[in-house]
Design a protein. Structure first.
Length: 261
């Protein structure tokens, strides 16, 4: 049986500390099991999922289309962990910008979404329409030092997208309650960074998820479809630097958690 005590013990044994997490079964009634869900950790690339939802919201409302084409400007160029076509002068469709922002966590594509949607508009959309009350977009992303110049940043606030909001958003996607939810779910299933919670999955499981990494934090979260047909959202944020050693800690945690699902 899944209990808060078991989850907390699994996190401690795996060395995931400090941690904030949420686990909930989605295909059957029941409460979320949470550990410090309101503790602030910088969301890193976890912010890319709600930003993509805000963009898709504008597509659904007719303000944008997935075929709209945008040119990459030098002001948005920063480092990425995987090869990206988004170099200065490259022209890409909105559907591809969202795809790259999620699947390879493309920072340049994400910065383009900041311009396309607008950080204040994106914040308003996710808060008022999808109930992500503590999610806000303040600063564009940088793939390393030095940080990119961001004249629209207020100089004070960091992006916010906590564990509770992340879990809520994944639940909405799983329930087909966001625009183009099926397409976004398929995009999350194509995630190319699978060195954390994915390490603890069983044969036949599918995990539609997003990760977040900096030298301060390492996160993972998404929608788990078990081989037995059950559905959960699982979100784990930690205050550990993203290193191969720390990322590997998610695997034993997921294996222990999976035994109780």
């Amino acid at each position: 049986m899944l209990t808060r005590g078991r989850i907390q013990a699994a996190a401690q044994e795996a060395g995931l500390h400090p941690v904030a997490l949420s686990v909930r079964r989605l295909d059957a009634p029941g409460p979320s099991i949470e550990i410090e869900p309101e503790r602030y950790f910088y969301p890193a690339s976890m912010i890319k999922t709600p930003l993509s939802v805000a963009a898709l919201h504008l597509v659904a409302s007719g303000e944008l289309t997935l075929e709209d084409v945008y040119e990459t400007t030098g002001a948005n160029v920063t480092g990425n962990d995987k090869p990206s076509p988004f170099v200065a002068g490259y022209r890409g469709r909105l559907r591809d910008i969202i795809e790259y922002a999620i699947v390879i966590s493309d920072n340049v594509a994400t910065n383009m979404l900041y311009d396309i949607v607008g950080r204040e508009a994106a914040t308003r959309i996710v808060q008022e329409t999808y109930g992500l009350d503590s999610t806000a977009f303040y600063r564009k992303l940088s793939g390393g030092e030095p940080l990119i110049e961001d004249p629209q940043w207020d100089g004070r606030h960091r992006n916010v997208h906590g564990v509770r909001d992340a879990a809520r958003l994944f639940a909405l996607i799983a329930a087909n309650r966001t625009p183009f939810a099926g397409d976004l779910l398929a995009t999350l299933l194509r995630q190319q960074f699978n060195d954390k919670l994915s390490l603890g999955l069983r044969a036949g499981d599918r995990f539609a998820h997003k990760t977040g990494d900096t030298d301060e934090v390492t996160h993972d979260g998404g929608i788990l479809y078990t081989a037995e047909g059950r559905v959960y959202d699982i979100v784990v944020y930690t205050g550990l630097p993203s290193t191969p050693e720390n990322n590997a800690r998610f695997g034993p945690f997921m294996r222990a958690l999976r035994d109780s699902l």
